[in-house]
Design a protein around this ligand. Structure first.
Ligand code: SF4
Length: 348
């Protein structure tokens, strides 16, 4: 077997904290997913990420508090107005409080994300943040996943207890969505200006996405100095235009995730690396953050994803333990040992 030694050079440098250049990332993206070099890339990223944070992992959670047919009309989403089977659903206060407790009691959750549609009612969202903040432990970050937002609104949300913002200029933005990429990027800048941490992911990755498109997004995450980076593949949601267009394999997703993880060596503050949807392959390839989900979910046609695609927190702990992580890192950067005894005790 002949091994591309240039790949080994890139990985050796990465092991010494030297980030791959854009051209080097492109070389790694061009590797066939089942080649020895691609396996080496995954393995190196897995070891490097674990070395960055004492083999600790992160659990993130998302509560979809409001859904309606969404004007952004993203072709990959279960809420798009042209394809959705959902009407308007809004979670009541008691349910938001209850779901917050279910996710965050015990304090292991790194960040709890409150999700709405692209166009959202700011007062309702502030109210939902208020409930989440009041019912979550102080060490758990409260995160938004909302539509394009200006600086003033983010400043108001920060005052209400929001810590971080999940916002992405997605692959195919403006082509598969009715949103302007410039507005998406401006929203990311507004969040940063308001003093909120930014969470980003390379998503939703489909088989048609070429290296340059992937790299533009990866290097934007670096430019924005995000607290979270990662990779998510496109789910072929029934009833959407992507229902039958196929998707990338988990093996390819893990390769792309590994390259994201290596590229993040450009950042001084090394981010958590989200793999979505959660799975063992991503967790040995640089992923160290997975997400529990409840309520509505853009990749699921069920009204409560907890009964469908979503994992609960106990399942997240178990998956991370099985992947060999030995600690959980909480939102305030404290760590707790992830042992079978701890997992059992936390479940009760
Ligand atoms: S992905 Fe978000 S913005 Fe796009 S249609 Fe779905 S809810 Fe709306």
């Amino acid at each position: 077997m002949k091994f591309d030694h240039k790949v080994l050079d890139i990985l050796s440098k990465a092991a010494e904290d030297v980030a791959p250049t854009r051209e080097e990332c492109k070389r790694l993206l061009a590797l066939g997913e089942a080649t020895p070099e691609a396996f080496a890339v995954r393995a190196a990223a897995g070891a490097i990420v674990r070395g960055k944070n004492e083999n600790a992992a992160y659990i993130y959670g998302q509560i979809g508090v409001e859904v309606e047919p969404c004007e952004a009309n993203c072709s990959f989403c279960a809420f798009s107005k042209d394809y959705t089977g959902f009407g308007r659903v809004r979670m009541d206060d008691a349910s938001i409080a209850q779901r917050t407790h279910e996710f965050t009691d015990g304090g292991d959750m790194f960040g709890l994300c409150v999700m709405t549609m692209h166009k959202y009612d700011k007062d309702f969202f502030l109210h939902a943040v208020d409930i989440a903040r009041a019912n979550a432990p102080s060490g758990t970050r409260i995160v938004s996943n909302i539509g394009d937002t200006d600086y003033e609104a983010f400043a108001e949300m920060k005052a209400a207890g929001l810590d971080s913002v999940y916002h992405v200029c997605r692959l195919g933005e403006g082509k598969y969505t009715k949103l302007d990429p410039k507005d998406r990027i401006r929203t990311m800048e507004n969040a940063k200006k308001a003093g909120l941490d930014l969470l980003d992911t390379l998503e939703p990755i489909g088989p048609e996405h070429g290296a340059d498109e992937l790299l533009d997004n990866i290097f934007r995450t670096i430019e924005m100095e995000c607290l979270v980076a990662g990779a998510m593949k496109r789910t072929p949601v029934p009833g959407t235009p992507f229902e039958n267009t196929g998707s990338i394999t988990d093996l390819r997703l893990a390769q792309i995730l590994a390259i994201v993880a290596l590229a993040m060596l450009h950042l001084k503050r090394y981010p958590a690396i989200l793999i979505h949807e959660p799975g063992p392959m991503g967790l040995v390839s640089g992923g160290n953050l997975i997400s529990a989900e409840t309520g509505v979910n853009p990749r699921d046609t069920a009204a409560d994803t907890a009964a469908g695609r979503g994992l609960d927190v106990d399942a997240c702990r178990r998956m991370l333990h099985e992947a060999g992580f030995t600690a959980l890192c909480r939102g305030d950067d404290t760590k707790v040992a992830l042992t079978p005894e701890y997992i059992e005790a936390a479940r009760r």
